[in-house]
Design a protein around this ligand. Structure first.
Ligand SMILES: [Zn+2]
Length: 71
């Protein structure tokens, strides 16, 4: 048996996520909660945390609401 059973011993508190816009790989603190807003380090886009599961984070681009009143 290998003596090291956990390959990520000193990075256990970071999740990986991918920016939906520019595909940059982002590191999200493991204590991030659903609904929090993070900024992409690649393109600066603001992203909302939609789900956290199995060490992966789903991000969705923030949409601006209330800008479409009447035509
Ligand atoms: Zn990005």
């Amino acid at each position: 048996m290998a003596k090291n059973t956990n390959p990520n011993t000193h990075e256990a508190n970071v999740f990986k996520a991918k920016c939906p816009d520019c595909d940059a790989e982002l590191e999200i603190p493991a204590d991030t909660e659903i609904g929090e807003i993070v900024s992409c380090s690649g393109c600066g886009l603001e992203l909302e945390v939609k789900a956290v599961k199995d060490g992966c984070v789903d991000l969705q681009e923030l949409t601006i609401e209330g800008e479409d009143w009447g035509e």
